[in-house]
Design a protein around this ligand. Structure first.
Ligand SMILES: Nc1ncnc2c1ncn2[C@@H]1O[C@H](COP(=O)(O)OP(=O)(O)O)[C@@H](O)[C@H]1O
Ligand SMILES: [Mg+2]
Length: 471
């Protein structure tokens, strides 16, 4: 057969084979688009496990009428414009593939209105054939309707499972999204009946709660009661001729105490810069940290958010973006291992627990309000002064010995800053197994006084000027 150019619809259907596996993939792509558009509330209506209908409506920024055909064209995106953008991409989408792929294997319609526009517009796509843009009344935001998924791809349709199974996959995806975005309200209905609602949070309430309410909503009371709050930040360090340079890293979230373990890996959520991913190296680090506190065959439960400079992680390694590649994979592995090993230290046999479990959402809010006065550590670049302040409020005195109400000298850290801050040293290797060393540069250790609630805090202290100027 001679070589020929494939028609666009077939190219999209081939791409759909990678990106759109089942109704849950449609929900994932559409809700991610809504979040990228700044939505505060997303409504998801489903019929027959999403096979008959997935409708996602958001109150985000919307799309201009003349841009609707572009939105359903292949490799058309508003999220990146150059390779430089790709290297630091912060949105969930960037490949410009989802809408054309979905539209090529369904009966598809999109309606939208920009916040400042008088009128909305709509566009239909039927099995890849794009219709005309027509005016349509629509509130601010976007609605995407996907009907009869795979109606024109019988081979794919055969792989769809029972309604309940498909619904289960969608609910699992939504749980994962809901954990990452407690600020956004998600409402789900199935076959005309409201089936799930994750309440959104804003401002102070969210800052106090830190997503703990979402934890109860998504994973239940049992997990929340066993959960330890983890917060560990390592400031970036520029290469100064001695030792390794290291990027800034932050790990936060919740890990279940060993008393709460699972038979399967069904409650293991990892997010890298807000994106839900699977990563074997991080999973291995977590497993190692739990190695001597969990029975053989049991699985830990966790919700962990890893944050780092977007330039140090490649998110473009998987069509559905389920995986990432770290530039400093070894460092990330060790950082996760040490953080969790330390956090779990108090739960080892013979040690009195150093941190109490998170109990209820209300209690968490009260305790956090009392202890950290609503402060949250910011994302990168890390502000060490904030970390020290929060630490001081928790422990009653500042790390440098001054009283909490005396002003601290600001010590903001930036990537590549000269001098920089020392990372926590690598754990010492012992004859039997690796264990985290009790390092003086890590402010939290088993011998430090612990805060009264499920809050585990550690931050690396600045290097002295003498050590920072070593040549
Ligand atoms: N819900 C939405 N709100 C606003 N714009 C949207 C929405 N969904 C899609 N878009 C626009 O359509 C474009 C194409 O979407 P998509 O095919 O998912 O690609 P990507 O998300 O990778 O850019 C997006 O870049 C965005 O500009
Ligand atoms: Mg997208």
């Amino acid at each position: 057969m001679s070589i020929r150019q494939l028609p666009d619809t077939l190219v999209n259907q081939i791409a759909a084979g990678e990106v759109i596996e089942r109704p849950a993939s449609v929900v994932k792509e559409l809700v991610e688009n809504a979040l990228d558009a700044g939505a505060r509330r997303v409504d998801i209506d489903l019929e027959e496990g999403g096979v008959r209908l997935v409708r996602v409506r958001d109150d985000g920024g919307g799309i201009a009428p003349e841009q609707l055909p572009l939105a359903v064209s292949r490799h058309a995106t508003s999220k990146i414009a150059s390779l430089d953008d790709l290297e630091v991409v912060a949105t969930l989408g960037f490949r410009g593939e989802a809408l054309p792929s979905i539209a090529s294997v369904s009966r598809f319609a999109i309606s939208s209105r920009l916040a400042d526009a008088d009128h909305g517009a709509a566009l239909q796509v039927e099995g890849g054939r794009v219709g005309e843009v027509v005016p349509k009344a629509h509130p601010r935001g976007t609605t995407v309707e996907v009907r009869e998924l795979f109606y024109n791809v019988p081979a794919r349709r055969k792989f769809l499972r029972a309604e309940r199974t498909e619904l289960g996959h969608i609910e699992e995806w939504l749980r994962s999204l809901a954990l990452a975005r407690p600020d956004v309200e998600l409402r789900v209905s199935h076959n005309g009946r409201a089936s799930r609602r994750y309440r959104g949070g804003e401002g102070e309430r969210l800052a106090l709660d830190e997503g703990a309410e979402r934890l109860v909503e998504t994973l239940g009371e049992a997990f929340a009661q066993a959960a330890l709050r983890v917060e560990h930040a390592m400031a970036p360090r520029a290469f100064d001729g001695a030792g390794d340079a290291s990027p800034g890293l932050r790990l936060h979230g919740w890990i279940a105490q060993p008393t709460y373990s699972r038979a399967s890996a069904d409650q293991q959520y990892l997010y890298v810069n807000g994106r839900a991913v699977r990563d074997r190296s991080v999973a291995h680090a977590v497993k190692q940290a739990y190695a001597d506190v969990l029975f053989h065959g049991r699985q830990p439960a966790y919700v962990l958010f890893l944050e780092l400079d977007p330039a140090r992680v490649d998110v473009n390694v998987h069509p559905a973006k389920h995986e990432v590649r770290f530039r400093d994979a070894r460092l990330v592995h060790d950082f996760v291992y040490r953080t969790l090993h330390e956090a779990l230290a108090g739960t080892r046999a013979g040690n009195a627990p150093l941190v109490a479990a998170v109990s209820t959402q209300a209690q968490v809010s009260r305790e956090l309000a009392a202890s950290v006065d609503g402060r949250q550590q910011s994302g990168l670049p890390l502000r060490v002064d904030e970390a020290r302040d929060a630490y001081a409020l928790l422990y009653g005195a500042r790390a440098d010995g001054s009283q909490p109400d005396a002003p601290l000298a600001p010590a903001t850290v930036q990537f590549g800053a000269q001098g920089g801050y020392a990372p926590c040293p690598r754990p010492a290797r012992t004859a039997s197994r690796r264990s985290a060393s009790r390092s003086p540069s890590c402010t939290a250790s088993s011998s430090s006084p612990r805060p009264p609630t499920g809050w585990w805090w550690s931050t690396c202290t600045p290097r002295t000027s003498a050590s920072a100027t070593r040549s």
